[in-house]
Design a binder for this molecule. Structure first.
Ligand code: R5P
Length: 291
């Protein structure tokens, strides 16, 4: 298996290659033409070998680079192409709310899989989006990576900021053998939410080390409100942990002002990246590309 790291995921791709027993690893040559279009070239031939491309698609440019890499890998004669998209952009709009809207999650699945044999991603906005792929597609979870990290830290209570995250926080609670609760969340607009405690909490909050667990931190509004709520109930410490740390605009600074520690996985490079999903992705790749 050859691992190719796109510019959005070079470090994670290298970690995946190490997890695969130091599989050959390459960084493609890329440049921009004067008109801004991208040029991509991978080194060497791949005949008879499986190629793994690792590239998050946070921006439109990342997506174009991924499509070009898939073409380059085919051209180089790869036996099969396994495409790893650690952060799958455009996954939020996974259904049509108004006539005439594009369903971006479906559109992206269709185009990303075009030159792929297998697609692997991590914590999609909705796991149901996997059903949009016609090729084999798999979703790794960021929860085991965060759990490996939290095992080394004081944790009394795990907190989901909303009911939609119950499966996630419950899985984390099982891995760490800790109690959990889910807050009640009312979204006011895209940047503001109102949060409250559920009717019953599993342990008294005062003085406890709490960790808020979410799939993605975007504007940071949810984490900031959750941390303020927990502090009003006199918890001892609040940490925030997520799979995908987007940290838009000044989100990181706003979160750090109310939270003791911030942890994210390495699906997107950021200052909170302290856990790696490489072992979890490699496990799927080993299964899908047995040597
Ligand atoms: C919501 O359903 C998600 O799980 C996150 O809580 C949300 O996307 C976080 O967004 P923000 O950081 O903008 O509050």
């Amino acid at each position: 298996m050859h691992v190719i790291g796109g510019t959005a995921s070079t470090a994670l791709a290298e970690r995946i290659s190490r997890e695969l027993g130091n599989a050959p690893f390459g960084i493609p040559f890329t440049k921009r033409f004067p008109d801004g279009e991208m040029y991509v070239r991978i080194g060497g031939r791949l005949e008879g070998d499986d190629a793994v491309i690792v590239q998050s698609t946070r921006t439109d440019q990342d997506l174009v680079e991924l499509l070009l890499l898939e073409d380059a890998v085919r051209e180089a004669g790869a036996r099969r192409t396994l495409v790893v998209v650690p952060y799958f952009g455009y996954a939020r709009q996974d259904r049509r709310f108004f006539t005439g809207e594009a369903v971006s999650a479906r559109a992206l699945c269709r185009h990303v899989e075009l030159d792929a044999d297998v697609v692997v991603t991590v914590d999609l906005h909705s796991s149901a989006t996997l059903g949009q792929f016609s090729k084999p597609a798999f979703e790794a979870s960021g929860i085991p990576a965060i759990a490996r990290l939290l095992r080394e830290r004081p944790v009394d209570l795990l907190v989901s900021p909303d009911k939609g995250g119950i499966d996630r926080v419950r899985r984390m609670a099982q891995l760490l053998d800790k109690p959990w609760l889910a807050l009640e969340k009312k979204r006011i607009d895209s940047e503001h939410v109102e949060l409250s405690l559920p009717d019953s909490v599993p342990i008294p909050l005062e003085g406890k080390h709490t960790v808020i667990v979410d799939d993605v931190i975007s504007t940071g509004g949810t984490i900031v409100e959750a941390a303020k709520l927990l502090k009003r109930h006199r918890v001892g410490a609040v940490s925030a942990a997520c799979t995908h740390g987007l940290f838009l605009r000044d989100a990181f600074e706003r979160i750090k002002a109310v939270v003791d520690e911030v942890y994210s996985t390495d699906t997107l490079g950021n200052a909170a990246e302290k856990a790696s999903v490489a072992p979890d992705i490699a496990q799927i790749l080993r299964r899908e590309s047995p040597s």
